[in-house]
Design a binder for this molecule. Structure first.
Ligand SMILES: *Cc1c(COP(=O)(O)O)cnc(C)c1O
Length: 395
C-alpha cells in the first residue's frame, strides 16, 4: 500500500495554502532543492565536460524515462525524456503519419489542448495531410478507413473527461490507423496502461501531476513493435545511431533513442529526479483509488453547499481523470476570490473553475476546507469585488 501520509511530507507547500492546481503545475518536492544544488556543486562545477560521462548526464533521459514508464504501463527502455510536450507531440504524430504514407487524415477532438491542435495543423500543412477535428463524443464515429493517425489527449484539460484508450485504439487499428495519446493530464493522475491498451505512441509532460518543476522536460513512448520503424521528422544528432561519429548523414538510433533531439536539460532532469524518488514509492492503483475518493468528496460537498455551480465533468469517476470542473457565469472572479483565501485552483475560459486532486499531497481535509471556503465566497458574494475581476496574463 502506498503511504500517502509519507508522500505528503515530501512536498513543500506554503503555509496556509490549499493547493488544487497540480494539474497545471505540481508543487516542489522538498528534496529538489538539495538534488539541484548537488548537481551544481558536485557535477557541473567540479566535473565540467566530463560530467557527460562521469555523472551519466547523457543517459539521464532514458534513466528517468524508465521510472516514468512504470507509471504509465510501459516497459523499461521504452520512454525517453526531452524537449517540451509540444515538440514531443510533433515527433510522435510525424512518425505515426509517416508509417501510413498513403493516408492523409489526422483525427483529433475539440476537447484537445490547443497546442496539440496547432502542432498537428502545422504538421498537416507541411506534409500535405489534413487535420480533422470533431467533438469528443463524435470521435468513435469519425474513425474511418481514410484515417492515418488518431491523435487524442486522454483526459480533457477543461472537463476532466477521460477517453477509453483501449476501445478507441482498437477501433483505430481496425480502421488501419495508428494512435498517438497525449498523457498530459493522465501521467501521475490515473492508472494508464499503454501496453495493455495496445497504443502506438504516447507523449506527456512532467510539470503537472508528476511535479517535475516549471518547464520540466516531456516524455515520449513508442510501442516496441514500432520503435525501429518510427521516423520522426525532427531528426537531431542525439537521435542518431552514433552521435559522436559526426556523420553527415542521419541514421536513426535503435529503439526509443531516435526520438531524442538535442542536448538533454540536465539541471531540469535533476529536479525531476527528486520527484521520481517520491513516485518510486507509489502504486498507481492506490493513487487512482485515492484520487477518486477525493474528487467524489469534492463534488458531493460542492453540490450540497454551493448552489449555482454546475458540474462540468463526467459524474461517473471511471470516465473522469483526476480533476473536476464547475461552471459559474463569473468563474474568473470566483477563482480569484478563492485564491485570495489560499485555495488555489484555476480558471479556464469561458466559465470553468478547475480543481485538480493529487493524493500525493492533497488530503480529505484539503477538500473539505476548499468546499467550505468556496461556499462562503458564494454565500457572501465576496467574489464581486473589482480586484477579483482584473485579468492577469496567466490564468
Ligand atoms: C499542458 C499541455 C500542453 C503543454 O505543452 P508544452 O509544450 O509543455 O507547453 C500540451 N498539450 C496538452 C494536452 C496539455 O495538457
Amino acid at each position: 500500500m502506498t503511504d500517502f501520509a509519507r508522500t505528503r511530507q515530501a512536498f513543500y507547500l506554503p503555509q496556509g495554502i490549499t493547493y488544487l492546481d497540480g494539474n497545471s503545475l505540481g508543487p516542489m518536492p522538498k528534496a529538489a532543492t538539495e538534488r539541484v544544488a548537488r548537481m551544481m556543486a558536485d557535477e557541473w562545477s567540479e566535473m565540467l565536460i566530463t560530467g557527460w560521462n562521469r555523472a551519466g548526464w547523457m543517459d539521464q533521459p532514458g534513466r528517468v524515462g524508465d521510472r516514468i514508464a512504470r507509471l504509465i504501463g510501459a516497459g523499461p527502455g521504452q520512454v525517453v525524456m526531452g524537449d517540451t510536450l509540444s515538440v514531443k507531440l510533433f515527433q510522435a504524430v510525424s512518425a505515426a503519419r509517416a508509417l501510413r504514407p498513403d493516408r492523409r487524415v489526422i483525427l483529433s477532438d475539440s476537447g484537445n489542448f490547443p497546442s496539440d491542435l496547432y502542432v498537428a495543423e502545422g504538421l498537416a500543412r507541411a506534409v500535405g495531410a489534413e487535420l480533422r477535428v470533431v467533438a469528443p463524443e463524435d470521435v468513435e464515429a469519425a474513425i474511418t478507413p481514410d484515417l492515418a493517425v488518431l491523435m487524442l489527449t486522454e483526459v480533457d484539460y477543461r472537463t476532466g473527461r477521460r477517453h477509453d484508450m483501449a476501445a478507441l485504439t482498437a477501433l483505430a487499428h481496425q480502421a488501419g490507423a495508428l494512435t498517438v495519446w497525449d498523457l498530459a493530464h493522465s501521467a501521475g493522475a490515473v492508472d494508464v496502461d499503454l501496453l495493455g491498451a495496445d497504443a502506438d505512441f504516447a507523449v506527456g509532460c512532467t510539470y503537472k501531476y508528476l511535479n517535475g518543476g516549471p518547464g520540466a522536460p516531456a516524455f515520449i513512448w513508442t510501442h516496441p513493435r514500432l520503435e525501429d520503424q518510427a521516423q520522426p521528422i525532427l531528426q537531431g544528432w542525439l537521435g542518431h545511431a552514433a552521435p559522436f561519429a559526426f556523420d553527415l548523414d542521419y541514421r536513426p538510433a535503435p529503439g526509443i533513442q531516435r526520438m531524442r533531439v538535442g542536448t538533454p536539460p540536465v539541471i531540469a532532469l535533476a529536479a525531476l529526479e527528486a520527484a521520481m524518488d517520491v513516485w518510486d514509492q507509489v502504486e498507481m492503483a492506490d493513487l487512482r483509488a485515492a484520487s477518486i475518493a477525493l474528487s467524489e468528496r469534492f463534488i458531493a460537498g460542492v453540490e450540497a453547499e454551493c448552489p449555482g455551480l454546475i458540474l462540468n465533468s463526467p459524474r461517473d469517476p471511471a470516465r473522469r481523470g483526476s480533476q473536476v470542473g464547475f461552471r459559474h457565469p463569473q468563474g474568473y472572479a470566483v477563482m480569484q476570490a478563492l485564491i485570495a483565501q489560499g485555495v488555489i485552483g484555476d480558471f479556464r475560459a469561458p466559465d470553468v473553475l478547475r480543481f485538480g486532486f493529487a493524493p500525493l499531497y492533497n488530503s480529505a481535509e484539503d477538500v473539505d476546507h476548499a468546499v467550505a471556503v468556496l461556499a462562503c465566497i458564494l454565500r457572501e458574494g465576496s467574489w464581486d469585488r473589482p480586484e477579483f475581476h482584473r485579468r492577469a496574463a496567466v490564468t
